[in-house]
Ligand binder design. Structure first.
Ligand SMILES: Cc1ncc(COP(=O)(O)O)c(C=O)c1O
Length: 410
């Protein structure tokens, strides 16, 4: 956990000029990541950015000219996308419990595709489209019956609120096909995420391909689009080995090419839907140590921001055993020993680091929590204890732009 010498001057500037707590997003890193995906997969995949991972408006605007599609999961995300310059027809709308009011606004607003997650949702969308005299493009979200081992989070292969279980797809398809105001333009699968294991990712994609072939063949669909929920993970913890994207791309290329070689899929756009792999490693959360104490033999640094802004780093976003995110002291030094870091909330859950090996820490030091570009503030209880919202800063090269949001911006 030594200083990241390259980025530290910029992080120090942010802490000085904007104050802490603060998120910093590095546009150059996002750009590099997009380049990596494009060069690994070539033309095989287009990209769809999952706004849920980070809907910061400046970041959304940065991505618009660089990524083909935007996946939204609420009408709030649709509004943010529109404000940031995305066209409605570039958007797909996923989400398990869409309300009628959301369907109405999305359909009225010309959303590209509605990702239908149940027969009931399809019926409601059909009724709303009819009332608006529209024919709405949809994709059907299927939940596979199995997900290989190696994913941090699993959305299928077990009882799940997401999509239509593959075991029930043949009951559902005829009912959806019969709805006149919906046009099925493709299928969508997102069944697992946060995998650092190329073999698991490829096995999952092969399972998607088998399902896509079977369902399209059975119902004679020639899909415009097939969405592959990417599942690509980032190395949150000290011993995580970063994902080797080249291995994934080389392993799956033949299967994708074989699919595209079939007449039915010759013109199909294959879409990789992802969030954290695009933006996760491009973000840091900066929190300043206000006090250092020793409690019953343990050194604890008390910080000005914590779980209220960064729930995942506090270990309360689905982690079973607390593991600390990678982090370093801005300005560096060699590690001298272990310290716990906690935030400003009056709860023992507010732990940003447990036993992290850091240089000497004193009041005023700034800690940079890595991998904070995705599921940071968007996944956090910012109202709890009523501390101010963190600053958000978007950097391109050495240009810093204030990207701070206020509550109620939606
Ligand atoms: C439907 C859907 N799309 C996209 C994503 C983004 O996943 P990630 O940020 O892990 O790439 C998720 C994550 O839960 C999802 O459920």
């Amino acid at each position: 956990m030594t200083a990241e010498t390259g980025v530290d001057p910029l992080l120090s500037r942010v802490a000085e000029e904007f104050g802490t707590p603060a998120y910093v997003f590095l546009g150059d890193r996002i750009e590099t990541r997009i380049g990596l995906l494009k060069s690994a997969f070539g033309e095989r995949f287009t990209l769809s950015y999952a706004a849920k991972s980070n809907p910061n408006p400046v970041l959304l605007a940065f991505l618009e000219p660089r990524v083909e599609n935007l996946d939204i999961s609420s009408i709030g995300e649709m509004r943010l996308g529109l404000k940031a310059g995305w066209a409605a027809d570039q958007m797909s709308f996923t989400g398990p419990a869409k309300r009628d009011a959301e369907l109405e606004e999305a359909i009225e607003g010309g959303v590209g595709e509605l990702i239908v997650e149940s027969v009931d949702e399809a019926r409601r969308a059909d009724r709303i489209a009819r009332e608006k005299d529209r024919r709405q493009r949809i994709m059907i979200r299927i939940g596979p019956d199995r997900v290989p081992k190696g994913f941090g989070d699993q959305m299928a292969g077990r009882p799940s609120p997401f999509g239509i279980d593959y075991e029930q797809i043949h009951e559902a398809m005829p009912q959806i096909l019969a709805l006149d105001n919906l046009e099925i333009v493709g299928l969508h699968i997102y069944s697992g995420t946060q995998s650092l294991v190329p073999g698991a990712i490829c096995e999952n994609y092969r399972n998607f391909i088998a399902i896509f072939r079977e369902v399209c063949g059975r119902y004679d669909l020639t899909p415009e689009r097939l969405v592959f929920g990417a599942g690509l993970g980032v190395p949150y913890f000290e011993n995580d080995k970063p994902l080797d994207l080249g291995v994934v791309a080389d392993d799956i290329a033949g299967d994708l090419d074989a699919l595209r070689g079939e007449a039915r899929f010759g013109d199909t756009e294959l879409v990789l839907e992802l969030g954290r792999y695009l933006v996760g490693e491009a973000g840091y959360y900066l929190t300043r140590v206000t006090t250092v104490k020793t409690s019953r033999g343990t050194r604890i640094g008390l910080c000005d921001g914590g779980m209220n802004h960064h729930l995942p780093a506090s270990g309360n976003f689905g982690m079973v055993i607390h593991r600390s995110y990678r982090m370093h002291k801005v300005g560096g030094g060699d590690p001298v020993g272990k310290i716990n870091l906690s935030g400003p909330l009056c709860t023992p859950l507010d732990k940003i680091g447990v036993g992290v090996n850091l240089p000497e820490i004193t009041a005023g030091d700034v800690i940079a929590v890595h991998n904070s570009g995705a599921y940071g503030m968007t996944a956090s209880p910012v109202l709890f204890i009523s501390h101010p919202m963190p600053k958000e800063v978007f950097a391109v090269g050495d240009q810093l732009r204030d990207a701070t949001r206020r509550l109620g911006d939606l």
